[in-house]
Design a protein. Structure first.
Length: 255
């Protein structure tokens, strides 16, 4: 899987005419910051609606910053389109409105996949590793997708014993990391770490799912470690919408 990293083709998100979520669409899932709707008469597609909401500590801390939903949605659309253009399979189809994605319906795998390029977050909190240490080659970790259990860390063997082969997810995660690192480097940003989710379609094919935004990444400005991610909210260090909008503006130049 490869692509032309110099492509200047722009995403379709400002030209689509797909209708927005309607009353007869069925709510499938109400997440912490997104809602998923089954599209009426199209059983293989869903709408994912992004809310103006941010949480931390598995929902124990909450705020409702205006503009956050559409910013995460548009960032996700840009990044999914970029990855699709480089040959990766994602659930993304289109972006019918500023805060809604049209996606393939998937059966989500209950494992969150984390790629780490620089030590931060739980790997620092739960080990003797110092924040800011470069991790090369990057490592891939697995966490159970279960808020009630606080998303515990899994081993490769535990994932396998759950009946899930982690290797295909790891291979995709490493490839996603390569493409995202190249992109964010152009923007003067370090991709510290990020979370991915995956799912299977009706044919059993694996697709990248969920969202790709600063809500599930750590992004530091090179040289200063200025944050442009949800840690601003976690640590009460700044306006996440302003930070996310900066990332969106940069992506529109380079993605």
């Amino acid at each position: 899987m490869s692509g032309d990293t110099g492509s200047t083709e722009q995403p379709k998100i400002f030209y689509t005419k797909v209708p927005q979520t309607e009353a007869h669409d069925t709510l499938l899932l109400e997440g912490k910051v997104k809602s998923v709707y089954q599209i009426a008469d199209e059983s293989d597609k869903v709408y994912i609606h992004f809310h103006d909401k941010v949480t931390a500590g598995n929902g124990r801390r909450v705020d409702f910053p205006e503009g956050k939903g559409k910013t995460c949605c548009l960032i996700s659309a840009l990044l999914f389109e970029m990855l699709e253009g480089r040959g990766l399979r994602t659930h993304y189809i289109d972006c019918p409105s500023l805060d809604t994605l049209l996606c393939k319906k998937l059966t989500i795998i209950p494992v969150e996949v984390i790629v780490r390029n620089i030590a931060a977050g739980s790997i620092v909190k739960n080990t003797t590793i110092t924040e800011g240490i470069n991790i090369s080659p990057p490592i891939v970790e697995y966490f159970l997708k279960d808020d009630e259990k606080d998303d515990p860390l899994l081993t490769h063997d535990r994932v396998r014993l759950m009946g899930i082969d982690p290797e295909p997810m790891k291979e995709v995660a490493i490839e996603v990391n390569t493409h995202l690192q190249m992109l964010f480097t152009l923007m003067g940003i370090d991709l510290v770490d990020f979370k991915l989710e995956f799912g299977y379609d009706a044919h059993g094919d694996l697709f990248l799912a969920d969202e790709l935004s600063p809500d599930n990444m750590r992004l530091w400005k090179k040289g200063t470690k200025e944050r442009f991610d949800k840690d601003l909210f976690r640590k009460d260090q700044g306006d996440i919408v302003e930070a996310y909008q900066y990332i969106l503006q940069q992506l529109r130049q380079f993605a």
